[in-house]
Design a protein around this ligand. Structure first.
Ligand code: NAP
Ligand code: G4F
Length: 351
């Protein structure tokens, strides 16, 4: 029998890849999107699945719209991916981030509890929960020490998910996903900011790249592989929480160096550190041990760090070449302002 899934945040990186994955598995896919002044469906169009998804307008701050989304779609599974997902922005908008990224989880869990507690639920938890002070690979049992309004809101969502599992017997899982990237990543995240800038610099469209903390290390995987783990979690006999990662950490500096290497340039000639991109608090090391996911879900990453950097740089380069030759296609970069235009009050209060 055909299964039905509701994806909150279907317009985002993971939402688009997950929609494609589920469509390929013959699911009927519904997704929530926000009313914006300009349409934002480029990722679904880029993956050529826009015609195959059903879109429902909803906002996480509006509980009624979430109830409506569940009533309209009547899903077997809900993948809750929508969030204010940018850590940097959470320092500028801590209250909004709490509303959306934290309380938004309760709004959708309440809709499940009241309408149909048989619906299976996936919560997009994050390695940001672990926060600062770690120096070895992290498991499901490692200590959480959030270091941003974003991670504090996600910690609330993590606990609400566990609480509805235990208290109401809802099949609710936390996927504790470490950073995962792709050519569909938002342009403000560091990997895509770098791949896009490297492509532009190598074609002479831009001259410099301004970054913040180059020493931060992340466990970076490839997003299309990570969405499979979300589905696997909801196919198990019992609900549980899982770390999804590569078990390798690399610095922002390493990512930058490799990305410039791919186009034959020396990164040190183009990259400058700008304190506007330093956060009041930052997490300097995140690396995840995915042994439990491997054992119980049969999941393991396939794309390594070098391959990931290459995929991202090559795709952005190819897009800029096509664009410069007059081709037009759904894509975010041409409309993204130079970050010089963005004024924020980030300042380092901590090293
Ligand atoms: P993303 O590209 O930023 O997508 C976020 C999605 O949430 C977008 O569809 C966005 O809609 C939607 N959204 C934001 N505010 C909303 C609101 N108020 N109401 C309804 N929808 C709203 O993020 P992602 O990288 O795909 O990540 C998916 C989820 O996984 C997020 O919860 C993120 O925090 C979490 N996560 C991500 C990573 C990672 O490395 N990517 C790692 C761990 C956890 P618009 O398109 O309209 O903005
Ligand atoms: O790419 P980032 O903005 O990702 P961050 O903060 O790790 O968050 C992402 O991964 C989380 C999982 O761990 C998700 F939960 C979250 O939703 C999001 O997807 O920054 C990575 C690192 C940080 O240490 C940051 O300070 O890169 C450093 N960085 C250095 N220069 C920069 C820059 N980050 C950004 N965005 N821009 C810079 O210029």
């Amino acid at each position: 029998m055909t299964k039905t899934a509701l994806i909150t945040g279907i317009t985002g990186q993971d939402g688009a890849y997950l929609a494609k994955f589920l469509i390929d598995k013959k699911y009927e896919v519904f997704g929530t999107y926000r009313r914006l002044s300009t349409p934002n469906f480029w990722r679904l169009q880029y993956l050529d699945i826009f015609e195959n998804v059903n879109l429902i307008p909803a906002d996480l701050v509006d509980a009624g719209s979430m109830v409506e989304a569940v009533e309209i779609s009547k899903p077997d599974e809900i993948y809750h991916l929508a969030a204010q997902s940018f850590v940097g922005a959470s320092f500028e908008q801590p209250i909004g981030t709490g509303e959306v990224t934290g309380l938004g989880v309760t709004r959708i869990l309440e809709a499940i509890r009241q309408l149909n507690p048989e619906i299976k639920f996936y919560q997009a938890s994050t390695s940001e929960l672990y926060g600062r002070g770690h120096s070895s690979s992290l498991t499901e049992n490692s200590q959480f020490q959030p270091a941003s309004p974003y991670s504090a809101a996600k910690l609330y969502g993590y606990w609400l998910t566990k609480l509805y599992r235990k208290g109401y017997n809802i099949f609710a899982c936390n996927g504790i996903l470490f950073n995962h990237e792709s050519p569909l990543r938002g342009l403000e995240f560091v990997t895509r900011k770098i791949s896009n800038a490297v492509a532009k610099i190598s074609l002479g469209i831009e001259k410099e790249l301004y970054l913040g903390n180059l020493e931060a290390k992340r466990d970076w995987g490839y997003a299309p592989e990570y969405v499979e783990s979300m589905w696997l979690m909801l196919q198990q006999k019992e609900p549980d929480d899982y770390v999804i990662a590569t078990n390798e950490a690399h610095s922002v500096k390493e990512f930058t160096e490799k990305a410039f290497d791919i186009v034959g340039l020396d990164w040190q000639e183009y990259v400058k550190v700008d304190k506007r991109f330093l956060r009041p608090l930052d997490v300097n090391f995140l690396q995840g041990d995915y042994s439990k996911a491997k054992k119980k879900l049969g999941w393991a990453p396939k794309t390594n760090f070098d391959e990931l950097v290459k995929i991202m740089v090559k795709e952005d380069l190819n897009r800029w070449v096509r664009w410069q030759s007059g081709e037009r296609f759904p894509w975010d970069a041409p409309n993204y302002p130079s970050e010089d235009k963005i004024i924020s009050r980030y300042q380092r209060i901590d090293r």
